[in-house]
Design a binder for this molecule. Structure first.
Ligand code: XBP
Ligand code: MG
Length: 253
């Protein structure tokens, strides 16, 4: 069996978008709407267990017994989230968040090797477009055969639905594909869809459980910035490239 495709998560995997993107945008939206909420980085760390911005706001809301008529809750949350998305897109246009180490190099190598690419994320599709267009260029949106984002499926990660949706759209057997993730919810989702996963951790996820991961790394690595192996077989590779992908793929296929 040969490796054919790679599916990438976005937040925390392609870029560390949570602190300087999402969290900043949530707090700016709360402020602009005159709400007396400010999520600290510590609070946000816990809130990240809830995937999806709207569900995250609702969770916070319920946890702190914030009193709103239930019938208006969905509309209220949706309006906060709409503004948050607008602010997030603006932050991306301002270049607030760079790609993670090695991401640009790796995507270019993968394209040279004619591997198919796709995205499976919980975040809103406008956010994905803004990040990619402002870091790799608008033409890079076409590099990804399918961009599965946001509420295109009813159940967000950790459910496997978004990965299953992307695989179906690509008419692809999961055995021919690898996923890239940064979080526990992410690997659960990919695994449910039958995918093997490569993990690159970040400040919010370095204590997460990654049972079943092919390998856990601090980042993808670059020429002068080798990755550190956190969990997995020892290797001579110092950055994730196509040769290392094939090495990892061969360990389970
Ligand atoms: C990402 C998320 C998203 C973003 C917010 O998870 O949980 O909810 O934090 O995006 P993953 P929205 O990386 O596992 O896909 O506000 O657009 O929902
Ligand atoms: Mg993620």
């Amino acid at each position: 069996m040969a490796l054919e495709a790679l599916i990438f998560d976005v937040d925390g995997t392609l870029a560390n978008t949570e602190r300087d993107g999402h969290l900043k945008a949530f707090n700016l939206a709360f402020k602009e709407l005159g709400l007396d909420w400010h999520w600290s980085n510590e609070v946000y760390h816990e809130l990240l267990n809830v995937t999806g911005g709207q569900l995250r706001i609702k969770y916070y809301f319920k946890k702190h017994n914030l009193m709103f008529e239930h019938q208006y809750l969905d509309d209220f949350v949706a309006s906060i989230h709409q503004l948050k998305t607008k602010i997030y897109v603006r932050l991306m246009e301002e270049g607030a968040v760079p790609l993670r180490i090695g991401v640009k190099r790796f995507l270019n190598e993968v394209r040279q090797a004619n591997l198919r690419l796709a995205i499976a994320t919980t975040t809103t599709s406008a956010n994905v477009d803004a990040l990619i267009a402002n870091t790799l260029g608008a033409e890079a949106l076409d590099w990804f055969e399918v961009i599965g984002a946001g509420n295109i499926v009813p159940k967000l990660k950790p459910a496997g639905d978004i990965y299953t949706y992307v695989l179906k759209k690509m008419n692809l057997d999961p055995i021919k594909c690898l996923a890239f993730e940064d979080s526990h919810n992410g690997i659960i989702s990919a695994t449910q869809a039958g995918l093997k996963t490569i993990i690159t951790v970040n400040e919010y996820t370095d204590k997460h459980e990654f049972d079943g991961a092919l390998v856990v790394l601090d980042h993808l690595g670059d020429k002068d910035k080798p990755f550190s192996l956190i969990k997995g077989n020892t290797t001579n590779a110092t950055c994730v490239d196509v040769a290392y992908l094939r090495e990892l793929y061969a360990t389970y296929c």
